[in-house]
Design a protein around this ligand. Structure first.
Ligand code: 0X9
Ligand code: ZN
Length: 417
């Protein structure tokens, strides 16, 4: 067991010392609208070699007329521009210079050493120290849990917050950062966790203390660390899959309708489903842990970004399965309460109907395997102005509106029971 941990860690040490942090000076992000099947095929070819070409797909290629967000290095800008022109493809520029957005994202050291807050983004180690400090400061309510570990041997830490043993079978599970570059998601899940522990609002306290809360901020530690050390735009895990491509999409790797559409068999693609279901150490170990506790769940919430969507199972079919008739109206109410604070608009719906086919997601596996009553995937702010590079000053507003909607989901469900 020890060797299996140690070996990849040593290898990692070597790569990290060699790898430099990639800069994205004058990289542009385009929103392309493929207008015919041939153009679509060209984009699909590029998608299959994503990691080799330095193009980077911010959203997958789906079908004619469905927009694709693509990051383009400066030396490919002319090619993309002329390709768009000659093929008659609509191409608007979302970002002129990605590095500027990264510089303005606001990752800065916290004001005081040892303090943790939501005015900047945090590293994997900082999230772990935060979780450990909660377990130390709230020994009666917070339990630190290692829910799994990663390919490179990192722990996947989380906490259980429990105010009463009576809440055991009324548990809410929050996951974030299964996609490494979606930094806002870890900030939001930990903000909610902190509110659950520290808010003094009596109504909110009554709400928070009715549930057991499992919160796992970093579901994909290797990928997340890589976004800090090397490539801010990394999405997947970090398993080497040959052909100089790395990683499977951890949200295409879970064993419920795995490889049933909307995922790729090619390791260089951003949506590579992996060689088999649960091939990734993180998804495999997390699924073992979740299996043990899932019978307690009333809700499983998965945080992604970006697009401002509230998504319902499943990702392999547009059919309205299970209790869609209950969860869809609750989702609409949740989106209403989310909008009430700052006017942020969310679209609610089944994954396939709302975005695209995407099989092998964590939420689908939990819902499909354990019949969890409430299962939602959030695509948090924004709709593409900042995309994955949402400035840190938007963390708290995003977290507040998201929490409003989460309260509505749970309260509404309670009132239907
Ligand atoms: O494609 C995804 O995995 C998610 N969108 S993202 O832009 N954040 O990558 C959508 C999640 C769909 N969820 C499930 N299939 N469960
Ligand atoms: Zn995602």
């Amino acid at each position: 067991m020890k060797m299996r941990f140690l070996f990849p860690l040593l290898a990692l040490g070597v790569t990290l010392s060699l790898a430099e942090k990639i800069r994205f000076d004058n990289y542009k992000v385009y929103r392309l609208i493929p207008n015919d099947e041939e153009t679509l095929d060209i984009l699909k070819q590029m998608e299959n070699t994503d990691q080799l070409s330095e193009y980077n797909f911010w959203s997958p290629v789906i079908k004619v007329e469905t927009p694709v967000d693509l990051m383009v290095p400066p030396y490919r800008v002319d090619y993309i521009e002329s390709m768009a022109k000659s093929r008659g493809m609509n191409a608007s520029v979302l970002m002129e210079n990605v590095q500027k957005y990264i510089d303005n994202e606001g990752l800065r050291p916290q004001a005081r050493a040892g303090s943790f807050g939501w005015t900047s983004y945090h590293t994997y180690d900082e999230y772990n120290s935060f979780l450990r400090s909660l377990a130390t400061n709230y020994p009666d309510t917070v339990t630190l849990i290692r829910g799994g570990y990663s390919f490179e041997g990192r722990e996947i830490l989380g906490v259980l917050v429990s105010f009463s043993p009576a809440n055991q079978n009324n548990a809410v599970f929050l996951e974030s950062l299964i996609h490494a570059r979606e930094w806002i998601t870890g900030a939001v899940s930990t903000y909610i966790l902190n509110e659950i522990l520290t808010s003094t609002d009596p109504e909110f306290r009554r709400f928070a203390e009715r549930y057991d809360w499992y919160v796992f901020p970093v579901f994909n530690p290797d990928g997340y660390v890589f976004t800090h050390t090397t490539n801010r735009m990394w999405r997947k895990t970090r398993v080497p899959y040959g052909g100089s491509c790395f990683g499977a999409d951890p949200n295409r790797n879970w064993g419920y309708f795995w490889n049933s559409g909307g995922s790729s068999a090619l390791p260089c693609s951003e949506t590579y489903h992996g060689p088999s279901a649960f091939s990734e150490t993180s998804t495999k170990t997390l699924s073992h842990f979740i299996s043990i506790i899932a019978h307690r769940f009333v809700a499983y919430i998965s945080f992604h970004s970006f697009s401002q969507l509230l998504l319902l199972p499943y990702g392999h079919t547009a059919a309205h399965l299970d209790n869609y008739n209950v969860t869809y109206p609750i989702g609409l109410k949740a989106a209403e309460s989310l909008a009430r604070r700052y006017g942020t608009r969310y679209v609610v719906g089944n994954i396939v109907e709302t975005i695209y086919v995407a099989s092998g997601g964590s939420m689908d596996w939990v819902k499909g395997t354990f019949g969890t009553p409430l299962a939602y995937t959030y695509e948090l702010r924004d709709t593409g102005v900042f995309g994955f590079l949402l400035p840190a000053e938007q963390i708290i507003p995003t977290a507040l509106e998201t929490l409003d909607s989460l309260i509505t989901i749970l309260n509404e469900y309670e009132s239907t029971k």
